[in-house]
Design a protein around this ligand. Structure first.
Ligand code: FES
Length: 170
């Protein structure tokens, strides 16, 4: 059976895959291909992953398996607000896991997911280099220090209020 390759990938990604195909074990370049895609689009779509599978001559299930195994790959677009909870050692010993749980509960999403309204994406990071302020959370470019789980609803509400202010100004 002949399956048609849909052309949804940018030319430079196709060119990169073509180069990979000239190398030994082209499938070992899958992660590099997915990184390039995510850099360009911010996340991986089903359509793009299927085309990568076809072009690299690997099963689509292999591509989606890799994309879902590594938490740095995103399968959904990012929200307007990117929340990142630092899980580095200093933050972790000061309860960063509880803060992450509070965000999960409050937003109803897990790590690497985006809320249905497209407002918030939840991620974690390792040491932001400000361990003296632990535990630390960033929301877009704002850094919040010594955060407690009880402050999480307020942080979310502040972000929403910022959005309303910005929209009113426009
Ligand atoms: S461990 Fe969180 S800022 Fe260093």
């Amino acid at each position: 059976m002949i399956t048609e390759t849909k052309n949804t990938l940018p030319k430079e990604i196709c060119d990169f895959i073509d180069v990979c195909l000239t190398r030994e074990h082209p499938e070992s370049y899958l992660i590099a291909v997915l990184h390039k895609l995510q850099q360009q689009f911010g996340y991986l779509t089903r359509e793009h992953m299927d085309e990568v599978a076809q072009r690299l001559h690997v099963p689509a299930s292999f591509v989606s398996g890799v994309a879902t195994f590594y938490h740095f790959f995103r399968l959904q677009p990012r929200g307007k607000f990117s929340i990142s909870v630092c899980l580095g050692t200093a933050c972790f010993v000061k309860g960063a896991d509880k803060i992450l749980d509070a965000f999960r509960a409050e937003l109803g999403v897990d790590l690497a997911e985006t809320t249905k309204d497209g407002l918030f994406s939840l991620d974690c990071t390792r040491c932001l280099g400000v361990c003296g302020l632990a535990p630390v959370v960033t929301i877009n470019d704002k850094v919040y220090s010594q955060v407690t789980p009880q402050q999480v609803p307020d942080l979310i509400n502040r972000a929403k209020a910022d959005l309303e202010t910005t929209e009113t100004k426009v």
